[in-house]
Ligand binder design. Structure first.
Ligand code: NI
Length: 181
């Protein structure tokens, strides 16, 4: 947090199939897996391009098709359209904001689209955590970190404070919910 690349608007990718784009994606996947995270955006590896990766693990999935477990997805030049006005608070961490977690309001249902690494078009409807992780990662492409989305800064806490109990009115985050994204 504070690095200039995390504050700037990332540039669109011209050719999703270019070797340097695929090298970037491999680097991002490795970084995300090393950190045991649920998602990552290219600016987090200091590359100002519009590329995000994410997955929805079993333990973060919901009961609907739109919130179901989702395998590793690479999205190039992504776009998001909210499908509801409803927002929900949920805990988020971020590899670029280490040691902290915060309760962030996000749209509960979105449609997102973008390009896959082979240049084909991806379009999906997402709910709950699936919608949350995509909104979090796409925010990185516009220079926005999750604390800037928060409406109650008393819910920005050190992860290690969780052992003292969670701040009201939210329940204590589970271990999975504190995975960085
Ligand atoms: Ni993040």
């Amino acid at each position: 947090m504070g690095h200039p690349v995390l504050r700037q608007v990332a540039d669109p990718v011209q050719d999703p199939t270019a070797p340097q784009v695929h090298a970037l994606i491999r680097n991002m996947i490795e970084t995300m897996q090393d950190a045991d995270g649920a998602g990552l955006a290219a600016p987090q590896v200091h590359v100002p391009r519009r590329v995000v990766i994410f997955h929805v693990p079993e333990e973060r999935a919901g009961d609907t098709e739109e919130s179901a477990p989702t395998p590793l997805t690479v999205l190039i030049n992504p776009e998001i359209e909210p499908l509801t006005e409803e927002k929900e608070l949920g805990w988020e961490g971020c590899l670029s904001v280490p040691g902290l977690i915060g309760a962030v309001p996000r749209f509960t249902k979105i449609r997102y689209s973008g390009l896959a690494p082979d240049g084909s078009r991806v379009e999906r409807v997402a709910e709950d955590f699936h919608a949350r992780v995509v909104q979090h990662e796409c925010d990185h492409l516009d220079g926005t970190l999750y604390p800037q989305r928060m409406t109650d800064m008393s819910l920005l806490i050190f992860q290690e404070e969780l052992r003292h109990g969670s701040p009201e009115p939210m329940r204590e985050p589970t271990e999975e919910e504190t995975e960085p994204v």
